[in-house]
Design a protein around this ligand. Sequence first.
Ligand code: BGC
Length: 510
Amino acid sequence: MNRRQFVTSSLAAAGVTLLANNRFTAAADQVPGSVPSSSIQHARFPDNFLWGTATAAYQVEGAWNEDGKGESIWDKFTHTVGKVKGGTTGDVACDQYHLYRQDMALAKRLNQKSYRFSISWPRIQPSGTGVPNPKGIDHYSRLVDAILENGIRPFCTIYHWDLPQTLEERGGWPNRDLAGYYADYAGILAKHLGDRITVWAPFNMPWSFTYMGYGAGAFPPSRANYGDFLKAAHTVTLAQAEALRAIKAASSKATVGSAYGMCPAYPKSDSEADRAATSRYHAMNNVFFLEAAMHGRYPKAFVAEPPYELMGFKPGDEKIMYAPLDWVGFHYYTRRIVSDASNASSSAGGSFSGTEIETDSEGARDPYTRFRAVMPTEGPVTESGLEVWPRGIYDLVTQISKEYDHPIIEITESGCGYLDAPYEKANGRVPDTRRIEFFRQELAELARAIADGARVRSFHAWSLLDNFEWANGHCERYGLIYVDYRDQKRTIKDSGFWYGRVSTSNRLDV
Ligand code: BGC
């Protein structure tokens, strides 16, 4: 044993790992929720696993009023003083509307196999209905060509939150008519792009945009009315199914799935009441829209019967909303601890945290679901404030696999916000070791779920590049590529190079 081996082995025995940058840290397996390094070394992914990244139109495109694009609710929101941290907007964002060729070339450099992007509805139909804007269609047609030319699979999210403002003025998602307008829009996309796109997800995180937009008011259109949330959610359920049919009618190659936001939920105690509250959380936040599509019914999210009247549910809707998905896509970021709040005297929403809502310690989130959901901080917390809990992805993937009879699964997003920037003393590189560690740990748990039989075929890191983080503006960075917003210069972070090696080797110790 030479000196280096001796030092390394004695440090390992002491529970310490020597990192490449010569810093000593506690071994990963000592951090709550983390996985032992042997799992990382042994993790393998199947051949043909689709390594990808995800973005959303409003967060990356910019060009907010070019080529006939209409105003979206996010344009209006960010143009309202006081809504976004730092006072920034998505007017320019990463300028991907103009720089998409460069960005797809960068994705190829990272050996990417899949790119999940979203289409801006007001580029296609500036006021939400009627004949499509040819310039909008042309843009996405060129984008899809650029994706394919780089050997990457185009994965299209039809709606990632940027509703045409005109449709909001007609009542927004609580107005049931939007289901039909949305299905027309989806059909237009499938007709014009369905020769090249075969993978479609109707909605990104339907619970988040309906609840945050209509129930809690933290996102546009800034309404805070539980009835509006329920109506919006029901319209979205109808829209999801109508869109699936419209897409398949227009494109025989189409497959339709989802891009739901999910958090594995754990009961606060072993009591019957907390366990029942945890199932209600799972039903409301994770599988509400999935159950609707797969079985034509709503899951048991409410303490009593679903408030059908408040939802605007009409007889026969269970047939409309039934539209089994070809595969199931969902995101994983963090977990929740849930407790019962059936006897809480107040039901006062809670505080906004990213794309979730934390119920305060006193009240229930609302008078119908009657639970409290809190993000714990037992594990480390990212700079965006989310707890890192690698084991959560294993639990979530195995739970969904079991509940939905082993569907094909796509992980549509996962990632972490850290602010690392180019470092002069490292020749301008971005040494974002915390992000590498986040993905390494989490992906080891995903590999374990696959080894245990889950049919996961893809993983999309959020995000290809730093981008406009909604109400948090430019205060958070989730990219594998750093963006300098002053001149749009892109710098591949160390995590990006690492992810590229993972994609080539299907292993994590690279
Ligand atoms: C959303 C993204 C967002 C990311 C990080 C995801 O759930 O889909 O739009 O940027 O979370 O907060």
